[in-house]
Design a protein around this ligand. Sequence first.
Ligand code: ZN
Length: 307
Amino acid sequence: MPFTTAGGRVLVPADVPGTVLAHEHLVLDLTRPDDPAARVSDDAAVVAELAAARSAAGLGLVVDLTCRGMGGDPARARAIAERAGVEVVLATGWYYERFHPGGEPGDSVERATQLLVDDVRDGLGDGIRPGVIGEIGSHGEQASPSERVGLLAAAGAALRTGLSVATHAHLGQGALEQLDLLTSAGLPPHRICIGHQDLVDAPGQHAAIAAAGAYVAFDTVGKASYQPDEKRIELLLALLDAGHGRHVLLSNDISRDAYLASRGGQGFGHVLGPFRAALAARGVDPPTLDLLYRENALRWLDGTERP
Ligand SMILES: [Zn+2]
């Protein structure tokens, strides 16, 4: 299944020149009284960082998983990507329960599924259509009732539209339940990417996701307050050593302005630059780096080929 960019281009993997960031946010607003800085709002800085990543690391495509209730702005995200000279795929779905917008997704899987299908078919406004379903959230080892509806509706909408699904497994937890819920609804594992697995020291869980045929996202690279990158590398090397190199996606998940390089953060270029160099220094060979930084993400998005 080709995937649609915010600019309306319908792409297959061969159309994307260069590297991919599999889980980012170009415009985001999750601010609340106890966290007034939870936003990505500096469009000019985001443009500059993405353009620099295109020049330095061949960035070709960003998957922006800002979904319903996350304070995104599809037209602004599209403009940012255009100015930076990269493609962006936008998303629909529901994040974890704290951020479910009023009354959504509701208690009917069928109604929630139809809402997402309508988003995909009719667009998000300004003629912009989503090309992926995510980041579908749960928090803790068990999804709450409304998070279950969100996950089952994501699976149903993915089956009806041909899009792939990315999840938000809060702090890496609840990953196997998410995978079970999505596959129990009939979604094949190779259309599923389980998020934030680099936040949990659980090599057995990572291997189980990969062995089931799904994708394991190490998508918060550089967020040192949660986990040092050295630990991420150790967990990633374990997956590679076990033969799961075709099941791993990488990204930064830039989710607040403080993470931007211009504000002293790691920036959008982190996983593509310093982290890649660290992997190479640990002996990850160029063909494997190409899987991690390009091929896997495109194969997951397109979904026509199994890993
Ligand atoms: Zn995210």
